[in-house]
Design a protein around this ligand. Structure first.
Ligand SMILES: O=CC(=O)O
Length: 322
C-alpha cells in the first residue's frame, strides 16, 4: 500500500523522522533560510496527506482549495492565525498547534526582551563594539529598573502565567487583562485583573501575549499608546498584527512611551529599513520567542506525533478548536 505523504515546509532534522519512516513518506523544503514559495506549496498541498507548516506560511482558503487528500495541518507554533480554520474545517482537515512545550521558553525570551529593553542592553552592546566607551560615567546608558515595578500582562494564557511567575521573582506588581478573568492566576500568582485601559494607564511594562484574532487586531493603537505612561515600555511577544505599527512609531518618536521590545512584526521578515528599526529605543528580534534548541525539537516532535496520530486514524494530542 502507498505510504501517506507528509510535506514539511522547512528542513526538519532527519533523526526526528526516523521513527516514522516505515509508515510515512516525508518530503521537505530544503532551504533553511527561505520559506517555501507559494507555487511549490500549492503543488505539494495537492498531493499531501499531512502538512507541517510554520507561522510564516499562509494556509488560506485559496491554497486549501487545492488540497485533495489533506487530513491534517500541524502548525509548528502555538499561534495559528496563519491558517484559515474555517476553510480547513469545511474540508475536514484537522489543525494542530504546539502548546505547552514552548511556554517556558517563550516566557524566558519575553523576560529577556523586557530586561534588554529596560536596561538598554542592545545600545550598550553597540556602544562598546563601536569603540565609544572612553570612561565610566554615572548616567552612561542608564535605563529603567525592572524590580518592584508594575507589569501589565495582556493575555493571561499559559505564556502570560509563565511571565507572571518570572515577574514574581523580580518582586513586581502584576496586573493582567484578559477576555475573561483567570482566578487561578489571581490566587496563585498574585495577579490583579484590570480593564485594558486601566492596565495601560498603570503599568510600567505593558507586555502583549495576546493571540491575533479579529478582536485583537490593532488593539495597541494610538489611543492605547496615549493612555500609557510616558516612561512605560511596550513589549510584544505575540503577533505584530495586534499593534498599529504606525501608531507605535509615533508614540516612540513623540515620547508618549519610552521604549519598545519587539519580537514580532506585522510583516515578517521586517525590512531593515523599516522606521521602527531606526530608533535607538527599540529592541527588535526576529520572532525567536520559542527558539531554544530543546524547545524547537520538542515542537517538531509534537507536530510529528500529531501527524502520525491523525494519519493512523486516532485523535491528535493538541488539536485547535475549529
Ligand atoms: O510565534 C510562535 C508561536 O505561535 O509559537
Amino acid at each position: 500500500m502507498k505510504k501517506p505523504y507528509v510535506y514539511v515546509t522547512r528542513k526538519i532534522p532527519a533523526a526526528l523522522l526516523a521513527p516514522y519512516k516505515d509508515d510515512f513518506t516525508f518530503n521537505y523544503w530544503e532551504r533553511e533560510e527561505t520559506s517555501v514559495p507559494r507555487e511549490e506549496l500549492t503543488k505539494q498541498i495537492k498531493k499531501a496527506d499531512a502538512l507541517i507548516c510554520m507561522v510564516g506560511d499562509a494556509i488560506d482558503k485559496s491554497i486549501l482549495e487545492e488540497a485533495n487528500q489533506l487530513k491534517i495541518i500541524a502548525n509548528l507554533a502555538v499561534g495559528y492565525d496563519n491558517i484559515d480554520l474555517e476553510a480547513a474545517k469545511s474540508k475536514d482537515i484537522v489543525v494542530t498547534n504546539t502548546p505547552d512545550v514552548l511556554t517556558e521558553t517563550t516566557a524566558d525570551l519575553g523576560f529577556a526582551l523586557l530586561l534588554a529593553t529596560a536596561r538598554r542592553l542592545m545600545e550598550a552592546n553597540d556602544y562598546i563594539r563601536q569603540g565609544k566607551w572612553k570612561e565610566w560615567s554615572p548616567y552612561l546608558l542608564a535605563g529603567a529598573d525592572v524590580h518592584q515595578k508594575t507589569i501589565g500582562i495582556v493575555g493571561m494564557g499559559r505564556i502570560g502565567r509563565a511571565l507572571a511567575r518570572r515577574a514574581q521573582g523580580f518582586g513586581m506588581k502584576i496586573m493582567y487583562h484578559n477576555r475573561s478573568r483567570n482566578l487561578v492566576a489571581e490566587s496563585e500568582l498574585g495577579t490583579t485583573y484590570a480593564s485594558f485601559s486601566d492596565l495601560l494607564k498603570t503599568a510600567d511594562f505593558v507586555v502583549s501575549v495576546v493571540p491575533l484574532s479579529s478582536e485583537t487586531e490593532n488593539m495597541f493603537d494610538s489611543q492605547a499608546f496615549q493612555l500609557m505612561k510616558k516612561d512605560a515600555l511596550f513589549i510584544n511577544i505575540s503577533r505584530g498584527g495586534v499593534v498599529n505599527e504606525e501608531a507605535l512609531l509615533q508614540a516612540l518618536q513623540n515620547g508618549d512611551i519610552q521604549a519598545a521590545g519587539l519580537d514580532v512584526f506585522k510583516e515578517e521578515p521586517i525590512s531593515k529599513d523599516h522606521p521602527l528599526l531606526q530608533l535607538p529605543n527599540v529592541v527588535a528580534l526576529p520572532h525567536i520567542g520559542s527558539a531554544s534548541m530543546e524547545t524547537r525539537t520538542s515542537m517538531w516532535n509534537l507536530s510529528l506525533e500529531n501527524v502520525a496520530a491523525v494519519l493512523r486514524g486516532s485523535a491528535p494530542k493538541t488539536p485547535v478548536s475549529q
